[in-house]
Write a protein that binds this ligand. Structure first.
Ligand code: SF4
Length: 217
C-alpha cells in the first residue's frame, strides 16, 4: 500500500526516523527529492570516491550527476554496453569507496532496514566495505513490521524490478511472488540474499534519508 505525503506521511517519517536513531543509524527527513539531494551533498565532501548500488531511487534524486559536477569519483556498474567482466570489476571497486549510496527495499516503522539482493554487492557494501553508507528511501518504502517488509519486497519491489530487468521469473509475469506456495526455482531468480539491519553495523556510519514522496520501486 502506498503511503500518502500529507500530515500522516509526515508522522510516519518522523516516527520511523526516531526508531532508526534508536537503532544507531543517523536519520534525516527530507520533504522531497530536491531536499534529499541537498542533504546527500552536505554529507559527501568534494572529491570523495562514491560507490553507487543498483538503485532507481538514487538516480531519480539526480545524485550521480550532482556528485560528478562537484568532482567526486563515481563508481557504478549501471553503464550500458559494458562487459560482464567490467560489470564485476566495478561492483568490486565500489566496495572500496569512501561512501556507498543506495536505496532500500523496505524500512519498517520500528527501524529495521530490509533488503533483498541477487548478486550481493549491494547488501555487502551496505554492511562492510565503505566506511560511510547513505540510504535514501521514499515514503513508499516504509512499512509496518518485518512481515510488511517481506510482503512489500516479494509482491511489489521484486515483481517491478524483475519486469524492468526482463527476468524470466514468475513474479515478472504474475505481479506477485509464488515462492511460499510453489517455490521459485528459476535460474533467473532475483531474490537470493535477504539482509535485515537490526542495528547499525559496528564499524560503518550509516545515514538514512527518509523522503516524503514515493521513490524507486
Ligand atoms: S522468489 Fe522468485 S517469484 Fe518470488 S519475488 Fe523473487 S524472483 Fe519473484
Amino acid at each position: 500500500m502506498e503511503r500518502d505525503t500529507g500530515s500522516s506521511g509526515e508522522a510516519i517519517l518522523r516516527r520511523t526516523a526516531e526508531a532508526l536513531e534508536r537503532r544507531g543509524f543517523k536519520a534525516l527527513v527530507a520533504r522531497d527529492r530536491k531536499e534529499a539531494l541537498s542533504k546527500v551533498l552536505e554529507l559527501i565532501p568534494e572529491g570523495a570516491k562514491v560507490g553507487i548500488g543498483g538503485s532507481l531511487t538514487v538516480r531519480e534524486v539526480g545524485i550521480p550527476e550532482a556528485l560528478e559536477r562537484r568532482g567526486c569519483k563515481i563508481v557504478q556498474h549501471w553503464i550500458p554496453g559494458i562487459s560482464p567482466e567490467e560489470d564485476m570489476a566495478l561492483r568490486r571497486e565500489a566496495l572500496t569507496s569512501d561512501f556507498f549510496l543506495t536505496g532500500a527495499n523496505a524500512i519498517t516503522e520500528d527501524g529495521l532496514i530490509v533488503n533483498v539482493d541477487a548478486v550481493g554487492n549491494r547488501t555487502s557494501a551496505m554492511a562492510f566495505g565503505p566506511s560511510n553508507v547513505i540510504i535514501i528511501a521514499g515514503l513508499n518504502k516504509i512499512v509496518r513490521g518485518l512481515d510488511g517488509a517481506m510482503e512489500r519486497i516479494r509482491n511489489v519491489a521484486a515483481p517491478l524490478n524483475a519486469s524492468r530487468l526482463k527476468r524470466n521469473v514468475p513474479c515478472a509475469r504474475d505481479g506477485k511472488c509464488v515462492d511460499v506456495k510453489e517455490g521459485c526455482d528459476s535460474p533467473e531468480r532475483i531474490c537470493r540474499i535477504v539482509t535485515i539491519f537490526e542495528r547499525r553495523p559496528m564499524r560503518t556510519n550509516v545515514s538514512v534519508i527518509l523522503v516524503g514522496e514515493a521513490l524507486g520501486c
